[in-house]
Design a protein around this ligand. Structure first.
Ligand code: PBG
Length: 323
């Protein structure tokens, strides 16, 4: 035998010498949930280890992440039912929780990278990502709301706007609104290939944002489709996206790889709430080794081609030195 691949696996030093994929804190974006109030830190039942923070505790949490070298955060608001309406007007009200949170993080931690979520669902009385009329999710009318939301985020100090709504044309629309208002340097991380997935369940628990009727299949993609992701990625590129995101990650590693092979833009992937919940549940039952399972998941997403990984594991992997 001339070829013995096992020779390159014979010691830890050699295994590390030939390791092809690496992940560092710089690749990670940590999603955080926020809620109104003072001194709140309420665990999300379906996401052990993840909490809804009031702004004061959010700042403490971010400070402890910065100390670990984790600098990027994606914020999501839990909005009181009484503040929701058909047009998500709460989303761009000047004193709304979300905008106050962005401003506080910006003021206290100029070095942090703030990613903001643009979509109507946390603020929509219908729990959908767009304006609903007679059971139909309106596309073009929704763009106006998304534009207002994105602008409010930029004015409050966001570094990267991440539209997660899947309306057609929203990247170009938001790009124009930002440019027209002097925010040429605010980036857009588009949820390019976002699938109508079962794996968002725990996130909707965290935000109380589940759709009140129907599903999201008229705007989020069919899990059976791969080529369609290329249509979305071509559109987002021409509309001015700075990052293309695939979501969820684990059941869509082929889509991450496909986009990676077809774009020069950085590809991001969202390791979503249901993926996190599944792993944590198995760990709690003693069925998986947590460190090995978490690092294998993140390595797989990175190996598939994701530069940036949005993951609820971001802090724990650094805290426990798992990478
Ligand atoms: C909503 C949004 C969702 C997630 C991020 N933004 C849920 C949805 O589309 O219903 C899911 C994130 C996760 O599950 O971790 N615009």
């Amino acid at each position: 035998m001339l070829q013995r691949p096992r020779r390159n696996r014979k010691s830890e030093v050699i295994r590390q010498m030939v390791q092809e994929t690496h992940i560092s804190a710089a690749n990670l974006i940590f999603p955080l949930f926020i809620v109104e109030g003072n001194n709140q830190k309420v665990e999300v039942a379906s996401m052990p280890g993840m909490y809804r923070y009031s702004i004061d505790n959010l700042l403490r949490e971010i400070e402890s992440c910065l100390k670990l070298g984790l600098y990027s955060f994606d914020l999501f608001p839990n909005v009181g039912e009484e503040l929701k309406d058909k047009y998500a007007t709460e989303s761009y009200r000047d004193e709304t929780l979300y905008l106050r949170a962005i401003r506080e993080v910006r003021k206290n931690f100029p070095e942090a990278c703030i990613v903001t979520d643009v979509a109507m669902d946390p603020y929509s009385i219908d729990g959908h990502d767009g304006i609903v009329e007679d059971g139909v999710i309106l596309n073009d009318e929704t763009l106006e709301v998304l534009g207002k939301m994105a602008l409010a985020h930029a004015q409050s100090g966001a570094d990267i706007i991440a539209p997660s709504d899947m309306m057609d044309g929203r990247v170009g629309y938001i790009r124009n609104v930002l440019d027209d208002n002097g925010f040429k340097n605010v980036s857009i991380m588009s949820y390019t290939a976002k699938y109508a997935s079962a794996f968002y369940g725990p996130f909707r628990d965290a935000l109380n944002s589940a759709p009140k009727f129907g599903d999201k299949k008229t705007y989020q993609m069919n899990p059976a489709n791969q080529q369609e992701a290329l249509i979305e990625s071509r559109l987002d590129e021409t509309e001015g996206a700075d990052f293309l995101m695939v979501k969820p990650a684990l059941a869509y590693l082929d889509v991450i790889k496909l986009l990676k092979d077809n774009t020069q833009l950085p590809v991001a992937a969202y390791n979503v709430s249901g993926e996190y919940a599944m792993l944590k549940a198995a760990v709690r039952n003693g069925w998986l080794n947590e460190q090995r399972a978490v690092t294998e998941v993140l390595m797989g997403i990175r190996r598939a081609g994701a530069t940036a990984i949005l993951t609820y594991h971001a802090k724990e992997v650094l805290e426990n030195k798992w990478l």
